[in-house]
Design a protein around this ligand. Structure first.
Ligand SMILES: Cc1cc2nc3c(=O)[nH]c(=O)nc-3n(C[C@H](O)[C@H](O)[C@H](O)COP(=O)(O)OP(=O)(O)OC[C@H]3O[C@@H](n4cnc5c(N)ncnc54)[C@H](O)[C@@H]3O)c2cc1C
Length: 398
């Protein structure tokens, strides 16, 4: 039986970045186990067609781990416009007014999937894929994992970065709480007649929020560079089949009616994918020689684009807690991790959940309240400062 120091179950974006961070900052051996076959032509589930917004802090923290994004062609968010369809609320924020070049960067998970393996090139790294863990056993001084292939791996610390759907966290004694939103997110890339100029839009509609993120989707036409957006459209679950099966022309028309003409006409639309939306959290963050990180610890609604940003803060918390320790699975190390993550995690989960409930509601006092909120955001520097702090992960830069 092969004894490793840290084993990570799940090689999605969080598990892969954690592996790179541990290799860069600690002396431990790292084994990464993932269910997906790297030789498959289909995209890995953790690196699919999703396009995500990384906060300024996330971009900086990744650079601190040695992970630079240039090769993933990130697109900066320079302006954010928040509107409420059919109501007065409106707010516009510009990064330059906060002395920062951008609120964050937009990248595709597939580009990150191509980029990350280059940061895992180390004699201390073992990649086990495709394989899955069928049984996890916590012993006094190690965790043993029985794999579906019949192999066995043991380690001082086991990190669950499996997205939370494998049942492994329950085997390790974590309690899972799930609350479906009755909504799903439809994603696609589009082009508009007007260039994006670094604009990101969040529009609250009667069905749910609609986000347009600036993204280099040129549909193979270089002359249309700078006109692309990645769209995340939240709708009631019942509407999913209808919207995803519409012809491109009819879908474009529905999207245009909902988004409006602030970017001119939507001229092209790419393939659509959809994701059911559910709040899925573990009550605990640590169990004997085990921790949960990323979506395995908390799967959030994408309304505020916080999922990976929060998962990356889990990664940084865990790397910092294990630096300068001999046993990465010791209780003192895990307790330090829990201590540094609990507050941020609770606040972000609660805030994201509250946003979904406020902005998916047509009840008049809520509607009036949130419009007032958006107007206040635009008018009161202290309030908009707080919004920017959440968006970038930082306060005002001086
Ligand atoms: C529509 C949408 C838009 C989003 N937008 C944003 C955004 O703008 N900003 C942001 O920060 N976040 C965003 N997110 C969230 C972000 O995409 C996720 O938080 C992030 O991708 C989660 O990564 P993960 O590695 O934790 O989990 P996953 O991506 O779920 O990866 C889990 C991995 O574990 C593997 N696995 C599962 N079970 C096993 C097993 N038993 N054994 C071995 N391997 C296993 C899987 O193959 C997979 O590779 C968005 C999410 C959605 C759905």
């Amino acid at each position: 039986m092969d004894k490793k120091d840290v084993v990570i179950v799940g090689g999605g974006v969080v598990g892969s970045v954690l592996a790179a961070g541990l290799l860069a900052k600690t002396p431990f051996n790292v084994t990464l186990i993932d269910a997906h076959n790297p030789a498959d032509d289909t995209p890995a589930p953790g690196f699919d067609n999703r396009v995500i917004a990384l906060s300024r802090r996330t971009v900086n923290e990744l650079a601190g781990l040695g992970i630079t994004l240039a090769a993933a062609s990130p697109e900066p968010i320079k302006h954010i416009q928040v509107t409420d369809k059919g109501a007065a609320g409106f707010c516009e924020l510009t990064a330059a007014n906060y002395n920062i070049p951008a609120f964050g960067q937009v990248v595709s998970l597939s580009a990150l999937g191509e980029l990350l393996p280059s940061f895992l090139d180390s004699p201390r790294f073992t990649h086990v894929a495709p394989d899955t863990v069928s049984m996890l056993t916590q012993q006094h001084d190690k965790v043993s994992l029985a794999l579906a292939s019949g192999d066995e791996v043991s380690a001082d610390l086991c990190v669950l970065a499996d997205g939370g759907r494998s049942g492994l966290s329950e085997q390790a004694g974590f309690t899972r709480e799930q609350s479906p939103y009755g909504q799903c997110a439809i994603i696609c890339n589009v082009q508009t007649s007007e260039p994006h100029s670094g604009n990101a839009f969040e529009r609250f509609t009667e069905q749910g929020p609609l986000a347009f993120l600036p993204y280099p989707a040129d549909f193979g036409d270089q002359t249309r560079k700078g006109h692309g957006f990645s769209v995340v459209w939240t709708v009631a679950s019942e509407q999913r089949d209808e919207l995803t099966s519409l012809s491109d022309a009819r879908f474009t028309n529905e999207l245009q009616q909902t988004f409006g003409y602030r970017q001119g006409r939507i001229t092209q639309v790419g393939p659509r994918d959809s994701y059911p939306l559910i709040l899925n959290t573990t009550r605990e963050l640590i169990s004997h020689r085990c921790v949960v990180v990323g979506n395995s610890a908390q799967t959030l609604h994408p309304i505020a684009g916080q999922g990976f940003n929060l998962g990356l803060r889990d990664v940084i918390g865990l790397v910092n807690s294990t630096v300068d320790t001999e046993d990465p699975g010791a209780y003192s190390v895990l307790d330090k991790y829990r201590h540094c993550r609990e507050g941020d995690r609770q606040t972000t989960v609660k805030l994201t959940d509250a946003l979904v409930r406020i902005f998916s509601n047509r009840y008049f006092p809520f509607l009036a309240g949130r419009n007032l909120g958006l107007l206040t955001l635009d008018l009161l520097p202290a309030v908009s400062q707080e919004f920017v702090r959440l968006t970038t992960g930082y306060g005002r830069q001086t």
